[in-house]
Design a binder for this molecule. Structure first.
Ligand SMILES: O=C(O)CCC(=O)C(=O)O
Ligand SMILES: [Fe+2]
Length: 347
């Protein structure tokens, strides 16, 4: 299998310029097939990103009681504040503090709705001037970019532009993350694949620490690139493309002498998609993507919670992931599911 030794760069402006589009689509295609990660430059939302980064230090510096008032423990949708040390990845504690937000305007969950539908719910905003409008504006801007990006991905795979539109979820997720200085080689966030949706659009500051696992099992640095977004494939998109476009494992090594801030946006996948429906649509998409049979073969053996027969649909697979990442919230709102999921092994 083809491996990589660095994360490639794709230029959004060149993707949109008829004179350079074909060349840049080929770069995007390579990044999607071989790496699963890329830097997107010239996104046009650089100012929104900068403004949001500038706001983060004061937000995290709010008094503990202000932050705790919007603790995620109050939210069955796993939205809100997570204090340092309350999150687990790969069975180890992550050394980071964060706020989780979702696309605003979700309909209220009622008893008749499927249990996993409760993942889509209202935000808890920290009580601080400008917080709510900043989040809402950022989500609106980056969501628009994400839609355009997904169309370009379809195009680079030689598929009709709107191929993936039907897989889009109602709610995407945005996080503000702070990694405080820690002992050398501490886990900022442990090795994982993103599972909440289709693609992640991450803005990291200039600290560094993000690493991506290549196909020879080596950790490759994804150093900061000014003004860029780091985009990676999530397990939802991997499942939809029958594993041809694979999600890549990554992690963050905690900083030692300064604080690191990052802003990941997770483009949501539709929650009601069942394994049966998925298999049917993935088979169709796999047939339409012009790649060698060799690449298609690895489609079969990709372990993923989205492809596990243990879960009824994408929504349940996503809920399982949230419950295991935030066990305190999981135990409070979904005690039976917590007991069940924490015993199951994904194969
Ligand atoms: O903070 C980062 O740079 C990456 C965070 C990440 O991978 C995640 O939250 O899924
Ligand atoms: Fe991630």
């Amino acid at each position: 299998m083809e491996t990589f030794s660095s994360v490639p760069t794709v230029d959004f402006a060149r993707l949109n310029d008829p004179a350079t589009k074909t060349e840049e689509l080929a770069r995007l295609r390579d990044a999607i097939f071989v790496v699963g990660f890329l830097y997107l430059t010239n996104t046009g939302i650089e100012n929104d990103i900068r403004r949001t980064h500038d706001y983060l230090p004061q937000l995290f510096a709010l008094p503990t009681e202000v932050k705790e008032k919007c603790n995620m423990i109050h939210s069955p949708s796993f939205l809100g504040y997570t204090r340092l040390g309350a999150e687990t990845t790969a069975s180890k504690t992550d050394l980071r503090e964060q706020f989780d937000f979702g696309t605003p305007g979700m309909k209220t969950w009622v008893e008749e709705d499927p249990f996993w539908q409760r993942l889509e719910g209202p935000n808890q905003y920290p009580d601080h001037p400008g917080a709510r409008s900043l989040v809402e504006e950022y989500i609106a801007k980056i969501d628009e970019l994400a839609q355009a990006f997904v169309h370009l991905v379809a195009e680079c795979l030689s598929l009709p532009l709107e191929t993936f539109d039907a897989f889009k979820g109602n709610m995407s997720r945005l996080k503000f993350v702070k990694y405080p200085p820690s002992a050398p080689n501490s886990q900022g966030v442990g090795p994982h694949k993103d599972s909440a949706g289709l693609f992640t659009f991450l803005s990291q500051d200039d600290t560094g620490g993000l690493q991506v696992l290549n196909k020879s099992g080596e950790w490759i640095d994804a150093p900061p690139v000014e003004g860029s977004l780091v985009i990676n494939i999530q397990q939802g998109f991997e499942a939809i493309t029958g594993g041809i476009c694979a999600a890549t494992t990554h992690r963050v090594i905690a900083p030692t002498s300064r604080t690191r801030y990052s802003i990941p946006f997770f483009l949501g996948v539709r929650l009601d998609l069942t394994l049966e429906q998925l298999k049917e649509s993935a088979a169709h998409i796999v047939r339409c993507i012009p790649v060698s049979d060799d690449k298609k073969k690895r489609a079969v053996d990709v372990p993923s919670e989205f492809l596990s027969p243990l879960y009824s649909c994408f929504g349940e697979a996503h809920l399982r992931n949230r419950i295991l990442s935030h066990p305190d919230v999981g135990q409070r709102w979904y005690p039976e599911l917590y007991a069940k999921y924490s015993q199951q092994n994904l194969t």
